[in-house]
Structure formats: structure tokens, C-alpha cells
Write a protein that binds this ligand. Sequence first.
Ligand SMILES: [Zn+2]
Length: 125
Amino acid sequence: MKKSLIKDLARQRFYGLVDIAFRLAREGKIDLASEVGRQAFKVAKKGGYRVPRKVKRMFCRRCYVPLIPGISSRVRIKNKGYPTIVVTCLNCGYIRRYPGKHEGTERGTKSDETHSPHRQEGSDR
Ligand SMILES: [Zn+2]
């Protein structure tokens, strides 16, 4: 079997499990969700699929619960000169902080940083 094919299968299985984990978490089955989440990352690792940071952030690093605001996580945004996103896992209490500069996006928007006079920050309190 080709290695790339295994990787592709791992990716597919990973996202399948991610989907299930989120569904379980929404149904309030946090224990199961964390179990499935753990499986998902195991599958990805085994198959050599590197999970994107964006997706990794949707899971608790410690207990692998899918972090859904209001269900399994609490999200606070602190602003001390720069915005910081504070995510607390309600299952195990693990706290993570992210700089909230660019939401979701990785680096790589080269085109629009200059020449645009309007900024989108702090539009409302
Ligand atoms: Zn947790």
C-alpha cells in the first residue's frame, strides 16, 4: 500500500472521528466525546497525518474533549493592549491562552496589510 494512501485514509478517519466527537459533545456525552477525540488523534498519528493547528485547538490538549463554547469550554477574551483568547476546558479544567490577533487564519495574508486605511478592530465595546 502506498504511504500517501495510508495518510489519506488516516485523514479521512480522523475527520470522521472529529465529527462524531463533536456530535457526542453537543449531546452532552462528554466522556464518550473525549474518548473518541483521543482515538481521532491516535489514528492521525499512526497514519502520519499532521493535524492542522486550527483543528488541534478545537480539542482539549489534556483530555481530548472537543471544546465547544457553552458546552464543554468557556471562552473569554481579555484585552490588555492586545487581545488574548482564554479557553477553559470544563471537563478537566485545563486552561489555554492564545494570542487573538488573527482569528483562525495562519500567517500569509501579504496583500492587504499596506495601503488599506481602514482597520477592523474594536468596532464595538
Ligand atoms: Zn480537558
